[in-house]
Write a new protein. Structure first.
Length: 342
């Protein structure tokens, strides 16, 4: 049961762990500190790490007195279904008394709220009842700001990102996916979910994270659905969070683009646009990426994208499109056969 000394709106903080048990405990420790005057609870979800993470975290939660106070729980998802699956598992659990919180706060296991960070997000959402989600200013442990504010994926920002060419980037500066880090609080299309507070009533209306995504593109998908329903996402500059970044995913050391990233990209474009727009986006990557690769070779520098990025993307999209076409034809043939028999 949540600590009864706090009153006011309730916050359910969800930290997803996958083989980063010690860091998840450190993140929870920061969250416990920052929720001292906030009603609610913290759930650490272990996404089937199978490395002793769950046992270690349960022992730490008990040893620190968090379990006895009802402030922190450890849950096992039972399956590594990715970030949306694991985070949803925690949010669906709700508060330990069976009630829904007023807000759900997704906090990465490698993210540590600075002083006042959670309280600032909560205050902003309480004062701005027309806002759905609010996220923090993210910086590394070296103090360097992280790029976490974005525009929704589009053909124009695919072009700008693929070419990485000064004149094109200047021409498309108002379409680039990555926004300059805002100096003040204000609306953005979407925020990376390292520190994102969500109004629970909005989640109940638009749905939780789409579990078709394993990782990546789930944040813009959720923020896009919320915005379509009239609930914007706000970057709150006064809320600061220290983030190490890419500890669980290993993104910084990718040697090939993971299939789950390609799956997520494809699902996002087909869900929010169409197969035709996906094909155009991939064609842009082929043309723009080829241009960027040629420039890199001529300038004697390493390409910024993982090896075989374009080939892997094209092969993936063609394979999935062909598989779905075959399934569609098989279903249509089955329907026609049944109708003929009838």
């Amino acid at each position: 049961m949540a600590d009864q000394q706090q009153t006011g709106p309730t916050v359910l903080t969800v930290i997803l762990n996958y083989r980063t048990a010690e860091m998840s405990i450190q993140s929870a420790e920061a969250a416990v500190r920052e929720m001292e005057e906030i009603a609610g609870e913290i759930i650490i979800v272990d996404n089937n790490s199978e490395d002793g993470s769950e046992e270690h975290m349960r022992a730490e939660v008990d040893a620190r007195g968090w379990a006895a106070s009802g402030r922190v729980r450890v849950l096992q998802s039972g399956y590594n279904g990715g970030f949306p699956f694991g985070t949803n598992h925690g949010m669906r659990a709700g508060l330990s008394d069976g009630s829904r919180p007023d807000y759900c706060y997704a906090l990465n296991s490698d993210a540590f709220p600075d002083a006042g960070a959670i309280k600032v997000l909560l205050s902003y959402l309480e004062e701005h009842r027309d806002v759905g989600f609010a996220g923090s200013f993210i910086h590394g442990d070296d103090g360097v700001p992280h790029e976490t504010c974005f525009r929704f994926p589009s053909l124009l920002n695919e072009l700008e990102g693929a070419m990485s060419f000064g004149p094109v980037s200047r021409l498309l500066k108002n379409n680039a996916m990555v926004l300059p880090i805002p100096e003040e609080t204000g609306p953005v299309d979407w925020l990376a979910g390292a520190s994102l507070m969500m109004r629970d009533s909005v989640l109940q209306k638009v749905g939780l994270f789409d579990e078709t995504f394993f990782l990546y593109f789930d944040d813009p998908d959720l923020c896009r659905r919320a915005l379509k329903a009239g609930w914007p996402t706000i970057f709150v500059r006064e809320s600061e969070v220290t983030h190490i970044g890419s500890v669980s995913t290993g993104m910084k050391t990718w040697k090939r683009i993971p299939t789950y990233w390609l799956d997520s990209r494809l699902h996002y474009y087909v869900k929010h646009h169409s197969w035709g727009v996906l094909a155009m986006a991939t064609l842009i990557q082929i043309l723009g990426g080829s241009f960027a690769n040629a420039r890199a070779v001529l300038q004697g520098r390493k390409c910024s994208k993982p090896p075989r990025f374009i080939r892997d993307m094209v092969a993936h999209d063609v394979k999935v499109a062909w598989q779905r076409l075959m399934v569609s034809k098989a279903l249509q043939a089955a329907i026609t056969k049944r109708e003929d028999k009838a």
